[in-house]
Design a protein around this ligand. Structure first.
Ligand code: B12
Ligand code: SF4
Length: 492
């Protein structure tokens, strides 16, 4: 540790590794908080470069010329991140380059801190990194005591030292953050959609979600003016051309009045935006209408299930009737829905999963696109603790935590059934018939999405990951390894 401190830092490389297997999310070229972190460091005078492995190959010479290497990890990208960190070590030894501190941050290292430290991280930054990372760099440069930096972890004398947690940024502090400068990302021209985050945290506490553990239950917000300024810069940079912006807030309409003010401001400033937001089903019709006027064409909603039992189990605080009311509101206003469903709750059976497709097809006109992902116990969530104590986790390999792969023991069906039925459900929704209907409607977006859904659902089926996982699940089932926890299906 001592040898790591007191060195001059000029250049920092930040890497967002990709997931292990080819998966549909890798096609969305949207970097997360790394762009903001890079911009913060740039304003402090560091030379910074960001590699998002989904669309830029790591240039190892560039990495070796940096003074510090940062890695941003989700659970699904953790193992790849550890491999990259190891590669940094191997390459610097081979090149005779000086040992460079490796800093890991993001949602996975926040909750699997010790794991990150034994996988080549010299430091882990827990929770928000906006203030922690600059302070940690100062400590590495010897300008302050390491222990004075809140929210970090490191090894000392074979012990993990965790400094006290850093309070979450206040609304005022969020407003002081610079606008993310995407040109710091290698191959930034390939970024498909601009990501704008206007708030952090969520007042709800769904048991499968990492957001509240990571960012807290207080809904912290940037001011309307600041958000509009950021959107205006994006619009001006695009020369006024219509651009697609993903408002990545987990619950953008948690404060409806504010959401409407942002919408109205977009119109007043004459910004030409096509926006996608994430919201809950309790969003009112008036808010949806105001946002539609401002350019929100699609809303991504965690519908989660069409079973009230499952909704209750997940602590989602919404019922199927709320989902239907919401769909009807969106229909009246003309906003399309991307419905995000989850399969594999304790009370789910193959019939529940088929019910999702039936439901989604019924409302297809508004529920234009869907995703059915498999319930996944991410570290830090309530679900993770429940499954660990219940002995329900079967696979601890993070590469499988991509929400496409069964890693737990469902209670009312076999794991292979959950895997297969989820795949079949996606295939049924994204069928040739669906493509035909969108062709009839002559709706370009709908045609593109249907074709995309059709190919992806099938590609996933024939991908290496799906087939080998199905084989493993079936082999384990044949050996009777799963039977002890499986409850009978009482719904038939
Ligand atoms: C935009 C987004 C996406 C986009 C783009 C993702 C991408 N490039 O990977 C899309 C839609 C494609 C997507 C896909 C997926 N996502 Co996503 N996504 C988000 C979302 C909504 C916003 C991300 C964001 O910008 N946050 C705001 C910034 C400021 O936060 P941040 O990136 O975490 O960075 C801060 C800190 O973490 C920290 N930090 C982060 N990295 C580092 C690195 C260093 C060195 C330091 C010091 C600090 C630091 O400092 C930053 C500033 O404070 C988050 C929810 C959320 N609120 O974060 C979910 C989230 C990250 N996604 C999640 C998941 C599960 C997925 C998927 C597996 C699929 C799915 N079912 O949603 C895929 C996997 C993608 C992949 N790469 O493999 C989970 C991750 C849980 C986990 N434990 O891994 C989250 C937390 C949502 C949730 N409900 O739990 N996602
Ligand atoms: S799933 Fe959505 S509503 Fe539930 S805690 Fe996460 S962000 Fe909040």
């Amino acid at each position: 540790m001592i040898g790591l401190l007191g060195r001059k830092i000029k250049k920092v490389v930040i890497i967002e590794p990709k997931s292990a297997d080819r998966q549909v999310y890798g096609l969305f070229k949207i970097p997360r908080g790394v762009v903001l972190l890079a911009t913060i460091l740039k304003t402090l005078g560091y030379e910074v470069k960001v590699y998002c492995e989904d669309f830029a190959q790591i240039d190892w010479d560039d990495v070796l010329s940096a003074d510090v290497v940062c890695l941003s990890l989700l659970t699904a990208t953790a193992k790849r991140g550890y491999a990259v960190a190891k590669e940094v070590r191997v390459r610097e030894i081979r090149a005779g380059a000086p040992y460079k501190p490796i800093i890991m941050g993001g949602v996975h290292p926040t909750f699997a801190t010790e794991e990150a430290l034994v996988n080549s991280a010299d430091f882990v930054v827990r929770h928000e990194g906006d203030k922690t990372l600059p302070e940690l760099l100062e400590a590495i440069e010897g300008k302050r005591e390491l222990e004075s930096v809140l929210g970090i972890a490191f090894f000392r004398d074979n012990q993990v030292i965790k400094t006290a947690e850093r309070p979450f940024l206040t609304n005022e502090e969020l407003d002081e953050l610079p606008f993310p400068d995407k040109t710091l990302v290698v191959n930034w021209e390939e970024i498909t959609t601009d990501l704008v985050i206007t708030s952090r945290g969520c007042p709800f506490n769904c048991n499968f979600c990492s957001v509240t553990a990571m960012f807290g239950r207080k809904f912290r917000i940037r001011s309307v003016k600041r958000v509009l300024d950021e959107l205006e810069v994006l619009s001006v940079n695009a020369g006024g051309k219509r651009i697609v912006v993903f408002i990545g807030d987990d619950n953008f309409t948690a404060k409806e009045k504010r959401a409407v003010e942002i919408g109205d401001g977009i119109i007043e400033r004459g910004l030409n935006l096509s926006m996608i937001i994430q919201a809950r089903t309790n969003t009112s019709e008036a808010t949806l209408a105001a946002l539609k006027r401002a350019g929100v064409g699609r809303v991504c909603v965690g519908l989660e299930s069409v079973s009230d039992e499952a909704l209750k189990e997940s602590n989602k605080r919404q019922e199927v009737k709320d989902i239907i009311n919401f769909i009807e509101r969106c229909d009246r206003v003309g906003v399309k829905i991307h419905g995000m469903f989850v399969s594999g709750f304790d009370n789910d059976t193959p019939r529940t999963i088929r019910g999702i497709v039936k439901f989604a097809k019924k409302y297809r006109r508004i529920l234009e696109t869907i995703q059915i992902t498999i319930l996944t116990p991410f570290p830090g969530t309530i679900l993770y603790d429940l499954m660990v104590s219940g002995g329900d986790i079967v696979f601890h390999d993070w590469d499988l935590y991509n929400t496409h792969t069964v890693v737990h023991l469902p209670k009312k069906m076999k794991p292979s059934e959950l895997q297969r039925e989820t795949y079949l459900a996606m295939k049924r929704f994204y069928s040739v018939y669906g493509i035909f209907i969108s062709l009839l409607k002559l709706n370009k977006t709908s045609i593109v999405i249907s074709l995309f859904g059709w190919t992806e659902a099938r590609r996933w089926r024939w991908g290496k990951g799906f087939r080998s996982h199905m084989r493993i699940l079936r082999r384990m089932e044949r050996r009777g390894l799963f039977t002890q926890n499986v409850l009978p299906d009482t719904t038939s």
